[in-house]
Design a protein around this ligand. Structure first.
Ligand code: MF3
Ligand code: CO
Length: 255
């Protein structure tokens, strides 16, 4: 069962997503050489609270384990679900993915962005700009009447044409009252397959792309997903509403 949001629910989704977007923008502006990722997470905690919202990451349960941080902060070879640490100090040439998921008034907004600590290598810049462009390729397909596979296929084609690798171990997802609702939205797949998209669905589309090989492993903290070959990865995510007029990106900050 894929939830179709009614007008009242859509209003609340817009609010939660605006908070997620504004927190993400503010955290991105904190990124600089010499900053550690624990401090970014603490700022995230405070910002989310300042909006009267809650982190949907903190204490997120998978089996017996619960996520210990307020945001996901993933540097270079870390793909997703990185945990802020005082020991991880950002340096020129690095990338950092900031993933902010908030719960506000019963609804969840989810967005992520990889940013560069410039100057960076040409290949690092290529990876990150390509991953952002891949997200927008996917979003373009998020139209009523299309199928999930149309999003998946357009992301995959775009990324692979650039000789980059799609991560297959994590997927995008429906989102609403819960962070993860149906349907799953893989970043690879076949056009014209999967469930049909309808107005009122809210989807988190989130390509994860590796510069090297697609394989991942999970670090000793039990959460951080990193590239097996330790080459860098990038990740961009927006929460999108399907409307009769096309995709509405809910996680673009309006001020
Ligand atoms: N944006 C991620 C997702 O869609 C973030 C949540 S992971 C958590 O799954 F463990 F931190 F909650
Ligand atoms: Co997500």
């Amino acid at each position: 069962m894929i939830p179709i949001k009614c007008e009242e629910e859509i209003v609340k989704m817009r609010e939660a997503c605006q908070i997620a977007a504004q927190v993400l923008d503010k955290l991105c502006s904190k990124v600089a050489p010499g900053v550690n990722t624990y401090d970014i997470d603490q700022t995230g905690k405070e910002l989310i609270a300042s909006f009267g919202a809650k982190s949907a990451c903190f204490n997120y349960q998978v089996g017996k384990r619960s996520f210990p941080a307020y945001t996901c902060l993933s540097v270079n070879e870390e793909i997703v679900h990185g945990i802020g640490s005082m020991k991880r100090v950002l340096r020129v040439g690095d990338n950092i993915t900031i993933d902010v998921v908030v719960l506000y008034n019963g609804f969840v907004g989810d967005n992520a962005r990889t940013i560069l600590i410039k100057p960076v290598s040409e290949e690092m810049e290529y990876l990150v700009t390509s991953t952002e462009a891949a997200l927008f390729q996917g979003i373009k397909q998020a139209r009523s009447g299309n199928r999930v596979g149309d999003i998946s296929n357009s992301v995959q084609k775009f990324v692979e044409a650039r000789d980059l690798a799609i991560v297959r171990d994590f997927v995008g997802h429906g989102i609403g009252r819960l962070m993860h609702e149906e349907p799953q939205i893989p970043n690879y797949g076949t056009k014209g397959t999967g469930i049909q998209l309808r107005s009122g669905m809210t989807l988190a589309i989130e390509p994860m792309v590796n510069l090297g090989k697609p394989e991942i492993e999970v670090g000793p903290d039990g959460w951080t997903a990193l590239t097996r070959d330790r080459k860098p990865a990038a990740h961009f995510e927006h929460t999108v509403l399907i409307t009769d007029k096309g995709p509405e990106i809910l996680t673009i900050a309006k001020n």
